[in-house]
Design a protein around this ligand. Structure first.
Ligand code: B4P
Length: 189
């Protein structure tokens, strides 16, 4: 799941994982888990997240590698929020090749930035996430444009990019994702 902050990666990733009966691996959730548990990674993550910055690539890659090499089994998984930079994508490709995994589809959630700011400010008020205030959100969007948008070209080049309009309701976006996946993967899911 690829998309700017607040585009619904977590929301839709959970639904997709339930539909396919596979684990939902969210880098953001894993990092927040480390923050809650007070690990060394959690301390670094807390600082970076509250500024709206990304966590250093090497730390995120190691964290995801541990999860993917763990109990995820042969049935696949939904990766949400990772890779988020070109070095993360390169590392993910190497890791996947070694383990015989293939990335079947990259879902890009496309949405105007103004809608994101509204959604995230609402989430900040509801869930108390320290990275969901207007100033940090603007910075996260800049970071997305600089560090994550190059992945669109990267995955487009590999012919696995599915563009989905993420500005509708949650159910409308789910329907659009399922239709795009049906078209692209067919019955051979
Ligand atoms: P993430 O946890 O990935 O979260 P996100 O980008 O903020 O939001 P997401 O797109 O998942 O939106 P959601 O479904 O929750 O990242 C948080 C931070 O972790 C990053 O800023 C970074 O610091 C760090 N991080 C994570 N991965 C990293 C990596 N690989 N490398 C380095 N750093 C990393 O939806 C947002 C809100 O909108 C929710 O309240 C939801 O209910 C609402 N919503 C969703 N869809 C909607 C719809 N269609 N209509 C109306 N509201 C909707």
């Amino acid at each position: 799941m690829l998309g700017p902050p607040g585009s619904g990666k977590g929301t839709q990733g959970e639904r997709l994982a339930a539909l396919y009966g596979v684990p939902h691996l969210s880098s953001g959730e894993l990092l927040r888990g480390h923050v809650r548990a007070g690990t060394d990674l959690g301390r670094v993550a807390q600082e970076a997240m509250s500024r709206g910055d990304l966590i250093p690539d090497d730390l995120v890659i190691r964290m995801i590698a541990d999860e993917v090499l763990g109990p995820s089994g042969p049935g696949g998984f939904v990766l949400d929020g990772f890779p988020r930079t070109v070095p993360q994508a390169t590392a993910a490709y190497e890791l996947a090749s070694k383990r015989g995994f293939t990335l079947r589809a990259v879902i890009l959630l496309e949405i105007p930035y103004a809608v994101l700011i509204d959604r995230l400010v609402t989430r900040g008020a509801e869930e108390g996430r320290t990275d969901d205030n207007a100033e940090t959100i603007r910075h996260r969007i800049e970071v997305y444009r600089e560090r994550t948008l190059p992945l669109v070209e990267y995955y487009h080049g590999r012919d696995i990019l599915l563009r989905v309009d993420a500005s509708g309701t949650i159910d409308e976006v789910t329907t659009a994702i399922n239709a795009a996946l049906d078209d692209s993967l067919g019955d051979g899911r």
